[in-house]
Ligand binder design. Structure first.
Ligand SMILES: Cc1cc2nc3c(=O)[nH]c(=O)nc-3n(C[C@H](O)[C@H](O)[C@H](O)COP(=O)(O)O)c2cc1C
Length: 161
């Protein structure tokens, strides 16, 4: 099997695992807001409260998230597919935040409205994970506003109903 084929079929196999969709936000070293759509979010521990997500080492936003001391993970609701696409755009540029509503929250990290949950985190551990970096955050605070979830399955967005 060629390497390209292997990647395609492994990606397809990973895609059988249905996930929610999150946007991770932080500030870069110049205090400019950065954000990235991520479905690698996982709850890790209740005591102490920990969550994790993984960032692609090839991402144009890699160094910003690898260096961030604080970040917020926002769980998107079913109506927020457009927001997911906005923060999944290739080649990060700062205009993304001028195209959407946001405010400053914990440690001035950008907050997105209308989400179903937010986890305000401090980077606690960072692990090598092949072509990704595994970032574990200690949850300092959180908010929950239950809504229908935006789902991602087989490489596409889905709804629960
Ligand atoms: C539903 C969805 C989930 C994603 N999950 C992740 C993720 O967990 N980690 C990651 O690094 N990129 C993830 N991405 C890709 C980034 O959001 C973004 O599209 C990609 O990094 C763009 O390339 P760039 O960062 O080089 O500009 C996801 C994209 C989508 C649409």
């Amino acid at each position: 099997m060629t390497e390209v084929k292997q990647h395609r079929s492994l990606r397809d196999a990973f895609g059988q695992f249905a996930t929610g969709v999150t946007v991770v936000t932080a500030l870069d070293e110049n205090d400019n807001p950065v954000g990235l759509t991520a479905n690698s979010f996982a709850s890790v521990s209740l005591e102490p409260p920990l969550v994790s997500w993984c960032i692609d080492k090839g991402s144009t936003r890699f160094s910003e998230f690898a260096d961030a001391q604080h970040f917020t993970i926002s769980v998107l609701s079913a109506e927020q597919q457009e927001l997911s696409n906005l923060f999944a755009m290739r080649s990060w540029d700062d205009t993304v935040f001028s195209d959407t509503e946001w405010s400053s929250g914990h440690h001035n990290v950008p907050q997105l409205p209308g989400v179903s949950a937010r986890f305000h985190c401090e980077t606690a551990h960072v692990y090598e994970g092949g072509d990704h970096l595994i970032i574990v955050g200690a949850v300092l605070d959180y908010e929950c506003d239950p809504k229908e979830a935006l789902l991602f399955f087989q490489g596409d967005y889905r709804a629960l109903s």
